[in-house]
Write a protein that binds this ligand. Sequence first.
Ligand SMILES: Cc1cc2nc3c(=O)[nH]c(=O)nc-3n(C[C@H](O)[C@H](O)[C@H](O)COP(=O)(O)OP(=O)(O)OC[C@H]3O[C@@H](n4cnc5c(N)ncnc54)[C@H](O)[C@@H]3O)c2cc1C
Length: 503
Amino acid sequence: MSESRASHVVVIGGGVGGLAVAARLSVKGHRVTLVEQADRVGGKLFTYERDGFAFDTGPSLFTLPAVYRDLFLKTGKSLEQSVDLQELDPAFRYVFPDGSEVTLPGVDPAKCATAFGDAFGTQVEAQWREFTARGAQMWHLTRGPFLQSPLKGWKSLIPLAKVRDVKSIAPFTSLRTLARKYFTDPRMIMIVDRYATYTGSDPRRAPAVLATIPYIEQVFGAWHIGGGLGVLATALEKRCTERGVDIRVGVTVTKIDTQGGSVSGVRLDTGEFIAADIVVSNSDATLTRDLLSQPDQKLMPKITDSPSLAGFVLLLALDGTTEGIAHHNVWFPENYNAEFDAIFARSPTPPNDPAIYACVPEDPQMRPSPDCESWFILVNAPRHDSSGENGFNWNTPGYKEQYAQQVLDALAARGTDIRPRVKWQEIRTPADLERNAMAPGGSIYGTSSNGPRAAFTRPANQSNIPGLYLVGGSSHPGGGLPLVGMGAEITAELIGRAEKPSP
Ligand SMILES: Cc1cc2nc3c(=O)[nH]c(=O)nc-3n(C[C@H](O)[C@H](O)[C@H](O)COP(=O)(O)OP(=O)(O)OC[C@H]3O[C@@H](n4cnc5c(N)ncnc54)[C@H](O)[C@@H]3O)c2cc1C
């Protein structure tokens, strides 16, 4: 049921979820104020520039653009009129420990299957076709009733209650187990495993339904945005401003106030109080709970699920170009399980020999000249905890420099030695992400999808406190640009139109 009333909405946080919901609510007639603690909006979505080199320091892969097409069209000009959307081909290059590799196009499942066939044989090609067909089934079953609908806990499964549908989704099967049913080649199992990390999870615990991700990637494409994905945040900010959203940066919300059980406004670190009928928090759900007074905290759902993994990032300005490089590149390690064991252990440590991902855009706006490259390297990492009790202390003096060297040495050992070409490098640890984007522990996606319950126990978009809503990676339906965009749409629909539109 939507709450239909004239209102002043305060959005806490200007990540992509906060911006998307602000734009949607402004066209529904609400007066919207967005408050962001950093000196810019975008949160994790950001393109960093230095000396003509540019790097996406958060998302580098844009999938399911339909979510943002809908948002841009419904709030003004189309996505294509607002950003330079570029289809990638080739998009992905996977390199395996035995030196074999496969390069895949950005869109077209049939072409992908053929690429797998050319690289690993016709049996793998046929298996991939069957696997993506299963991903398609799962996508069609879950998209409407679960991903694009408000969360109703386990009741969300009711529309899927047909035995055949439940069997297809296999809610109690892990992604790894599903991969083993379809593939015999260990390289294909590594590729499927990697999709669990797209939700910050361990493939041995993440649900089989994540097989929808490769399906989505291939059917709807892998995209780049000219100048970097951060341009999407700038375009969203512009859209919000055009629609009359009042964006205030460099100000932190320190408290959500309630009156008579409903939200009444927010308090800022400046001491100012902003009255609000509705508050939408784009802050992490755990932090949102802490913004409430003690009795109100009890009304927030218990957030029990394991946090998502974090990321260790290297930004590298390189001389020269790399033969055979694609936009997205992954070098797998000998023992992928060891990476998940290290990250999700009780006392986690950075993996010794991690999978290495590099985004190397062939984008003239992201490098000073064609004879050099901007490399964004991302390695999965344990979350940050300065006490070392619930994570790894990424502030340990000298550690990040040593680990950066370890990553570049590992890359060289896997056949790509970029060490002599480094002009300069910058390191971003999970501790930096925690500080800059208020992401607890530097978690990339909020909570992980580890375990069959995870998807159903994420905080819903409408809280138990009247007038308080949640949006962003730590709430339903989860993290990553597509899901965060879907969450913003669900939240805006739950709030509904203002009865008396703001002037
Ligand atoms: C290294 C990395 C790589 C990634 N790669 C991909 C990828 O390739 N593709 C993909 O789709 N996704 C990727 N993601 C995930 C994606 O970036 C996130 O899921 C998404 O951007 C999160 O958006 P959000 O709306 O949850 O907000 P966030 O980006 O988490 O922003 C929340 C905002 O709220 C602000 N805030 C919090 N509390 C307060 C407060 N009290 N007062 C004021 N402001 C506050 C914060 O400063 C922040 O700006 C990646 C993330 C990272 C970090």
